[in-house]
Design a protein around this ligand. Structure first.
Ligand code: NAG
Ligand code: NAG
Ligand code: NAG
Ligand code: NAG
Ligand code: NAG
Length: 812
């Protein structure tokens, strides 16, 4: 009963009698779809909320204000609060308040500005229009008195397709410029007359096409792209045969709004939004959720590779897929965005580049920051094979034209500015060596509060942090956390002595020389982290009491506030799943903490190493960590948010009891306090989404990290495993949800006989973990509830897809 009579005919494969309808010449025959006639002479004004609605009220045609004084003549989803635009007439030529679109007496639909200049008009090829109508399909039409459509918005799409809309040879979608700006951008989606469905980059701002970055490879066959009434999107041949399925298994169009859009980032995506009144849509978030299997291309970062243009991100930047599968542009270390509000403008060096005249003398003023799996494949200046990394490093440092060197499998490529087509992806391999000037800060100039003359030590510390941390650690996170600490350090002038901690806390205060003695002059290092190094020691009064002495690094030693917080908070805790603080040293510039020594090392060694812990020990560890966190959140006198739950911070004693350590970065929050600091603490991969979104940080960030940890405990693997062959398994959180949804949780514990025999519990634990990693913090259970669920006291209900909530993670 819809306008798409011809489409439906098309969908009956091999039905030749109906087939001819498909190739009927335009104009299309009208159908019995209900509509309200918009009669000749009517007009709409940009400013009031006038619009022409479809009979169901689901779609509207009219003006939307998209800039300070800029109005777009558009069609939008009128029943959802976002009023999402799906078509527009004047994306590159916004009109002003008071301008009008009018269905003239002669049947022309014309958008004029107030001076009477014509901005846009619907081309009806001179045929006589009798009325216009906004249809319930989202199609706006101009029709003849016999209801034959002379013009349809469906035949002149902007960047969006709707169900029942067809896309024939010669049709195209052009992406918007950015998420906020709908003017024509950098990408185009076309069904070419040769039968190929193709994605192109455009030579912005001219709009001529460069080279394709994706193609359906259906040359000679592709005839029509169909978005059918069920929400399936596919490319079909002339005889109706399906050639390529772009989006399958969509939720029903009766319960969901659907739209497919070529987005500003160059990816074609299919989104759905629940029609709130319909019970079938229950459980879906009230927002547009992308159907991730529909993304074309699946990884835009690695798909674009062309000599002209910058790639999927701006010059001197690199592209990586975020957890939400959306591309994210970042600057390499030593570089910052030219315009943080428009990352596509690329990045600039934060330092003066190497002086070529004195290159030999300047060589030692530069160092190389390394970043794995990163490349700028088309910016080569030179290539050398069968060399060592050492050779490659020296070659780049002594070459003033070399901005970056890539070392991979005995090959060394020198890269020149501007770097283009940058990507960070596990498939890239190799290592990028990014050249940075030493005596110049890599700090973002925007962070003016940072004392400038600390820049040298800053670089050194950041450099060593990067070495310590895993590759996936984002440089910026560390930088931010570090800057924050730095800032604290300068808040007060240095006091030579910190007062002992709260009364009631029985901690021993050590002198520095006592601890020097206890550790044999800091001989045996147990480990080092972002801000501290830990040494083994014995207390002199008892040879058998082994301790771990944590020496806070120089920069942090200045930071009285953090030290006090740590000592007070830890000193008051007392729980079998938390590491015990025995004492501290606070003498001059020395800041040390003395803990009981936990013998067995940390969980990471046992979880990802070989042999691995058996299922029952892993379960016990999950209980232990959950109880410890529950205590920190709800049972100790001052609520403590750990902020950095990960296997490296879970220690194990001889009986593999889990003991949470490293409250070093825990932020003390009073019970009802929200985010107190903008610093991002914690480790990427375990970080809750709210860290990136400027949302209040609550105890639920630990619940999130615990969820990831729990999945790792179940599966004995890291959340992010770039090496796995199957891309779907790279991120454990996604793979686990997929397995759970498909009823195949067994895949997660394959080869683990104990776990396989305890499948019911495995599934339950996976469900609990999925609850913990919901994007919406309020959906995550409290640690108390987690503990009860793990122990079986409380039933676990079916969790929603955590990723369906994930929205784009902004770069800083
Ligand atoms: C238009 O609608 C918005 C939201 O519905 C309302 O806030 C605004 O006052 C309306 N403007 C006019 C001119 O009616
Ligand atoms: C959108 O971006 C284009 C291209 O950069 C620019 O010319 C235009 O002014 C922008 N429009 C708005 C409303 O910001
Ligand atoms: C839409 O296409 C899919 C896949 O070809 C098919 O299964 C479904 O029946 C079609 N729906 C309609 C309403 O034609
Ligand atoms: C690096 O040094 C140059 C010259 O000394 C200066 O112009 C530039 O602003 C410095 N960059 C930063 C980030 O401090
Ligand atoms: C820079 O650091 C030195 C000591 O390293 C200090 O004396 C000086 O006051 C600092 N300058 C500023 C502007 O902070």
């Amino acid at each position: 009963m819809k306008v798409v009579f011809h489409v439906m005919a098309f969908l009956v494969p091999y039905s030749s009698c109906l087939l001819f309808l498909v190739i009927l010449p335009q104009p299309f025959p009208a159908t019995a779809e209900s509509y309200k006639k918009i009669t000749l002479g009517l007009s709409l004004t940009a400013s009031n909320n006038d619009s022409w609605q479809s009979p169901s009220g689901e779609f509207a045609f009219g003006f939307q204000q998209v800039a300070v004084d800029g109005f777009l003549l558009a069609i939008w989803f009128d029943k959802i609060p976002e009023k999402t635009i799906l078509w527009s007439a004047n994306r590159n030529n916004l009109v002003q308040r008071g301008d009008k679109v009018k269905l003239m007496k002669d049947g022309q639909l014309v958008l004029n500005d107030r001076k009477g200049k014509q901005i846009w008009r619907a081309d009806t090829a001179g045929s006589r229009v009798a009325y216009a109508a906004m249809l319930d399909s989202g199609n706006f039409v101009l029709a003849r008195h016999d209801s034959v459509n002379l013009w349809e918005s469906f035949r002149e799409p902007t960047d969006t397709l709707l169900p029942t809309q067809t896309f024939s040879q010669g049709s195209k979608l052009v992406a918007g410029y950015s998420s906020m700006n709908r003017s024509t951008g950098r990408y185009q989606f076309t069904l070419q007359s040769d039968g190929n469905l193709v994605l192109y980059t455009l030579a912005f701002p001219i709009g001529s096409v460069n080279s394709p970055y994706w193609s359906s490879k259906t040359e000679g066959n592709g005839f029509l792209l169909s978005f059918n009434q069920s929400g399936n999107i596919y490319l079909a041949a002339k005889n109706g045969r399906m050639l390529v399925m772009l989006s399958s298994d969509p939720p029903p169009t009766s319960d969901f709004y659907h739209r497919a859009i070529l987005e500003y980032d160059g990816v074609f995506r299919h989104y759905v939004y629940p029609k709130s009144m319909n019970p079938g849509a229950a459980g879906w978030p009230l927002r547009w959720s992308p159907l991730t299997s529909s993304f074309i291309p699946p990884n835009i970062c690695t798909s674009i590779r062309e000599n002209n243009g910058c790639g999927a991100c701006g010059f001197n930047s690199y592209c990586s897929l975020g957890n939400d599968q959306k591309p994210k542009c970042s600057c390499p270390p030593g570089y910052t965005f030219l315009d943080p509000n428009d990352v596509m403008k690329g990045c600039k060096q934060n330092f003066v580049s190497q002086n070529c005249e004195e290159a030999s003398q300047e060589t030692e003023l530069f160092y190389l920051e390394q970043k794995e799996n990163t490349d700028w494949p088309l910016s080569d200046s030179e290539h050398f094979s069968t060399v060592t990394e050492e050779w490659c490093r020296k070659a780049c440092l002594s070459d003033c034209f070399c901005a970056v060197a890539i070392f991979r499998d005995g090959n060394c490529w020198k890269k020149k500015i501007p770097l283009s087509n940058g990507r960070f992806d596990p498939s890239v391999g190799g290592r990028a060596l990014i050249k940075i000037r030493q005596d110049n800060s890599t700090l973002n100039p925007a962070d003016d509060d940072v004392p400038k003359n600390k820049s040298r030590s800053t670089i050194i510390i950041i450099g060593s942090l990067l070495v310590i941390s895993s590759v996936s650690l984002n440089f910026l996170f560390i930088l931010r956390a570090f800057l924050d600490v730095l800032q604290f350090g300068y808040e007060k002038t240095k006091k030579r002595y910190l007062e002992p901690t709260d009364p009631g806390v029985t901690l021993r205060s050590f002198t520095f020389s006592e601890l020097e003695k206890a550790t044999g002059n800091f001989e045996e290092e147990l480990g080092s982290g972002a801000f501290a190094t830990v040494y083994k020691g014995t207390l002199d009064f008892d040879e058998r009491t082994f301790v771990a002495v944590k020496n806070l690094d120089k920069m942090v030693r200045d930071c009285e506030k953090e030290f006090k917080a740590e000592v007070n908070a830890i000193g008051r805790t007392n729980h079998k799943n938390l590491v015990k603080l025995l004492g501290f040293c606070n003498e001059g510039e020395h800041r040390l903490l003395v803990y009981e020594l936990i013998r067995n090392g940390n969980l990471a060694n046992f979880l990802f190493g070989n042999p691995r812990l058996n299922w029952f020990k892993r379960m016990q560890i999950a209980f232990g960590v959950a109880r410890g966190l529950f205590y920190l959140h709800e049972e100790c006198s001052t609520q403590i948010i750990h902020c950095d739950i990960k296997p490296q911070n879970i220690l194990l004693d001889e009986s593999f009891r889990a003991i949470i350590s490293d409250f070093g970065i825990a932020k003390l929050l009073k019970a009802d306090q929200t985010r107190t600091s903008t610093a991002i603490r914690g480790t990427k991969g375990y970080l809750a989404p709210e860290w990136f979104k400027n949302l209040p940080v609550t105890v639920k960030v630990d619940v999130y990290s615990f969820g990831i940890l729990l999945l790792e405990l179940i599966c004995c693997r890291k959340n992010f495993e770039p090496e796995v062959k199957n891309e779907d398994q790279m991120v454990l959180a996604y793979w686990a949800y997929d397995c759970y949804r498909d009823g195949k949780a067994g895949l997660l514990v394959a080869n683990d006989d104990d776990a396989v025999l305890d499948m019911k519990r495995v599934v339950k634990f996976v469900m609990i973990a999925i609850w913990c990693i919901q994007e919406d913090p309020s959906l995550r259970p409290t640690m108390k509830k987690v503990t009860l669920m793990l122990e079986g006291t409380v039933e676990v209900s079916a969790p929603p897809d955590p990723s369906s909530f994930i929205s784009s993670i902004e770069s800083f």
